[in-house]
Design a protein. Structure first.
Lengths: 187, 187
DNA sequence: AAAAACGGAATGAAAGTTCATTCTGCAAGC
DNA sequence: GCTTGCAGAATGAACTTTCATTCCGTTTTT
């Protein structure tokens, strides 16, 4: 028998990603996970606890993929390139996870721990870009958070266009877009 | 007495933007609009009809602001510049409308008419950029939809950074960002 | 056989919608 | 001018449905 807890989290991830938190009834999660609705409450205190645990789990999973080269002793250019590529690839291969994470930022039902985790990861990227600004590699007339925001906007929209079918994100196209983004933020 | 229909739409826009469709009860909309909850059903068949009418109304309003110079007989560079500026300014001065539109793209409760309207507008921008590619003004090793996604990502995140306070979008900064985006997509 | 896990009907609260009634403004009659 | 009658707008309590959560009989595990 499969792990029920995992089945519940997977079902919840897909439904929350497609229909949002308020739009997905708990019994529907149970049905999709092939589990009685009462069983969900054996693993999670309530719906809010479920969404929070799911958020933190996926956030960490995504960060460990995207930020794997973050501490490496390599040029900033390579760190950015590999992070960007990892990021887009994570989003493409984990559509539901990425959609879920994107659409749940700063939602009122996320607790302090979830918010802190998210902010911690963002700060790590901002710190990398800030050192790039100090070394005059990156444009420094704008706060590093703004650079993070720019790049995440580009990733986010490209991935959405890919999902909807407007744009096929082949490795070559991903590379081209990454070059464009780099041109936009470099000095 | 103010126009009730308008009061309802304004209240719904603000609440849907802040709390999402499923997260806002109809009676709350009524309260905010200073209207009895039954009154809403005199103007809209149900909650879904309300969100669809609101979506189409705001989409058209925004397009008429952003795309006002789209058919003009002027160089591509000016069309892009003015569209970009109009777009950012619309988002800044109509925060709730912009948030509402952004967060309701491709939601399951939007009907075919709403989806078609949205796609139609998007295609008009893509077509302009495609002619720019044919004339070798813009990078053409990427589909025009990728350029649209790239620019809308930048706008969207810049505006969010402005709202959160990371970045003050003064006319000068907007200009600078527009230049960055242009540099990234031009040949 | 005892204990733990499980399922899904039951429950009460909350949400969407309806509808009998109350307002409101205007035109006809006095 | 003032009253009366009327039509349509507005209302919000009541109704219906939906949802999160609980409860308890059943199944599985140890």
């Amino acid at each position: 028998m499969v792990d029920k807890r995992e089945a519940i989290m997977t079902a919840a991830m897909e439904l929350f990603a497609e229909r949002g938190f308020y739009g997905t009834p708990v019994p529907l999660i149970a049905e999709k996970a092939q589990v009685g609705s009462g069983t969900i409450y054996r693993y999670f205190k309530d719906k809010e606890a479920l969404v929070n645990e799911l958020y933190r789990h996926l956030k960490q999973e995504m960060f460990s993929c995207v930020g794997e080269d973050l501490g490496e002793e390599v040029p900033l250019r390579s760190i950015c390139k590999s992070s960007f590529t990892n990021w887009v690839n994570y989003a493409i291969t984990n559509q539901h996870a990425y959609k879920f994470l994107e659409s749940h930022h700063h939602q009122p039902y996320l607790d302090a721990e979830s918010q802190a985790l998210s902010e911690g990861f963002r700060n790590q990227f901002a710190a990398i870009l800030a050192t790039g600004q100090e070394q005059q590699i990156l444009k420094d007339d704008v706060p590093p958070e703004a650079l993070v925001a720019f790049v995440s906007g580009i990733v986010h929209e490209a991935v959405k266009a890919h999902w909807v079918g407007y744009l096929e994100l082949t490795p070559e196209i991903i590379d081209k877009i990454e070059e464009m983004a780099w041109q936009a933020i470099r000095n």
